[in-house]
Every structure is written in structure tokens, then in C-alpha cells.
Design a protein. Structure first.
Length: 158
């Protein structure tokens, strides 16, 4: 038992020394980190473009939110992609929690999002997409879409 522990400590120490030799050499590590950062930023940008192609008016809402963040938190100016990924993971967490509760809610949510997409792209209803609109469509499905339509035709923007 002690021999295995010694082996684990020895292997861990060798790995730490090996990795620290790369970390000390800034010429080797910095380009790798810059490339990883560039790849993550590119993937986040493509996901953002795909999302905005489905919900075009949500881009304006998000730009206003990002301008607010840039004014109040200038350190976050170059890290918008982190906010996009956080939103993506938050939506995925909500959907996974709904899956645990019941499949009925998932089916209702998917139908709500599909109806919202049909209203926007096929029937060309000029609904302004905000985070609240997406949450209502996701959580309440068909009744949520009816509520959004009633508010839209009454001239109330949510």
C-alpha cells in the first residue's frame, strides 16, 4: 500500500516538474494559450451567429445589455463570449432541470420554442425577442406563446 502511494507521489511530482518546465518557457506556452483562446472565441462566435439567425431581434437586446455591462464593468469588455457561454449553460441547466421534473414540460418547452420560431420566421410576426420572452416560451410552451401574442398585439413589449 505504501509503495503505491509513493508511486503516485513520484508520478505526480514528475508531471508537475514537466508541466512547470513548459510554463517557465513563455515562448512555448503563450502561443498555445493564445491559440486555445482564439478557438474558444471562434466557437462562441459561431454559436452566437447560429442563435441570432433563429432569434434576430434578440441580438439588439443583447447588444444593449453588453453596452450596459461595458459601461459598468469595463474589465469584462473583451470577455463577451464568456457571458454568451454562461447564458448557454444556464439555458441548458434549466432544460435539464425541467427534464428531471417531467417529460411533459420538456415537450411543452420544445413546442413553445418551435411555435415562437414559426411565428417569427414563417408567419413573420414582428415579436421583439428578449430574455423574458424566451423564458416564457420555454417554461409555459403553448400558453406562454398565446400570452406573448396577446401582449404583442396589445402593443405591450416584454
Amino acid at each position: 500500500m505504501q509503495f503505491r502511494d509513493l508511486n503516485k507521489i513520484l508520478i505526480t511530482s514528475i508531471l508537475i516538474l514537466y508541466l512547470s518546465s513548459f510554463a517557465a518557457a513563455e515562448d512555448k506556452l503563450k502561443p498555445v494559450l493564445d491559440e486555445i483562446y482564439g478557438v474558444i472565441k471562434t466557437i462562441a462566435g459561431k454559436l452566437r451567429d447560429i442563435f441570432f439567425s433563429f432569434f434576430p431581434s434578440f441580438e439588439d437586446y443583447l447588444i444593449e445589455t453588453m453596452d450596459f455591462i461595458d459601461k459598468n464593468f469595463p474589465i469584462m469588455k473583451d470577455f463577451h463570449w464568456i457571458i454568451y457561454l454562461a447564458i448557454f449553460f444556464a439555458v441548458m441547466a434549466i432544460l435539464s432541470k425541467l427534464w428531471e421534473i417531467s417529460r411533459y414540460y420538456i415537450i411543452n418547452s420544445v413546442i413553445g420554442i418551435i411555435l415562437l420560431l414559426i411565428l417569427i420566421h414563417i408567419l413573420e410576426v414582428k415579436i421583439k425577442i428578449t430574455l423574458l420572452t424566451l423564458i416564457i416560451a420555454t417554461l409555459f410552451g403553448v400558453p406562454g406563446i398565446l400570452f406573448i401574442l396577446i401582449l404583442h398585439y396589445c402593443g405591450i413589449v416584454i
